[in-house]
Design a binder for this molecule. Structure first.
Ligand code: ATP
Ligand code: MG
Length: 252
């Protein structure tokens, strides 16, 4: 379908088209579209822009990733489809490994998503040979790679499921989530919760890298000033304030 550029929801419609193509080629699971829809709903409530809270969390995330000993970015089908290239660019800047990890795991889909990331230029993508498990998860969603997520100190999990996010945090990982839902279990389990749309979040993080990579003192300050609970509360207040304002205006 050809989407007209002057449509007010142009960007969202283009993304939907791209996601539905990615279902056809097996990168995105059909239920991934439902997760995407939930994300869109929250983005609508947040005004479809990066809030100051999100920006603060993104800065703290870049600082933490740069301070990490073994940072890993976990990539699922939706993440690869929406921001594969940008994830690769970020991983190079912060020297993070990329590991493909799927909610709907099958050897065929793992191969497809790893090969897709490779086709975008990624090197050394992990995930083909999951050789261990994250404790505390019953299903094969526990599978991961020893040299990746298992031994990471910091894990960036865009659009992750709550069970895995909670298990990673319990396992002692410093978890950074990117999730538009400020109420999700993933957001609540994370040490740094970025309540922002994935593609905006990653490009903001890339733009923040030059300043934060220069000086350790700035990174330390960003991290010590950051309070995730306070930040999350502000994201919820932002949604409440917007709804109140709109209700008072009487035009949704
Ligand atoms: P949880 O398991 O954490 O309690 P959930 O079951 O509601 O949450 P999942 O389907 O497990 O959610 O994960 C998808 C999450 O990703 C949703 O919270 C959704 O808001 C979020 N999401 C979807 N698309 C995007 C996007 N493009 N950018 C940011 N977040 C997104
Ligand atoms: Mg879930």
């Amino acid at each position: 379908m050809k989407v007209s550029r002057d449509h007010p929801r142009y960007r969202s419609l283009v993304m939907r088209e791209a996601m539905s193509e990615m279902v056809k080629n097996g990168i995105v699971a059909p239920t991934g579209l439902i997760a995407h829809g939930r994300g869109e709903a929250f983005d609508y409530l947040l005004g479809e822009e990066t809030s100051d809270n999100a920006r603060r969390a993104e800065r703290a995330a870049v600082a933490l990733l740069l301070e990490a000993r073994n940072p890993v970015i976990s990539v699922n089908g939706n993440t690869a489809a929406l921001a594969g290239k940008e994830i690769i660019a970020l991983s190079k800047l912060i020297k993070a490994k990329v590991e493909v990890n799927l909610f709907h795991r099958s050897p065929e889909r793992i191969e497809k998503v790893v090969a897709f990331m490779e086709s975008l230029g990624a090197k050394g993508v992990l995930g083909r040979h999951a050789d261990t498990t994250i404790p505390g998860i019953a299903s094969d969603r526990a599978l991961c790679s020893k040299e990746g997520i298992y031994s990471a100190d910091v894990v960036l999990i865009p659009l992750e499921d709550g069970d895995r996010a909670e298990a990673l945090a319990k396992f002692g990982k410093k978890v950074i989530a990117i999730d538009l839902n400020p109420l999700s279990r993933t957001t609540r389990a994370a040490q740094i919760s970025i309540v922002d749309e994935l593609t905006r979040a990653i490009s903001n993080m890339i733009a923040m890298w030059p300043e934060l990579s220069r000086e350790e003192a700035i990174r330390r300050k960003v991290l010590s000033d950051f309070d995730n609970q306070r930040n999350l509360k502000s994201s919820l207040e932002l949604i409440c304030d917007r709804l109140t304002e709109l209700a008072e205006e009487g035009k949704p």
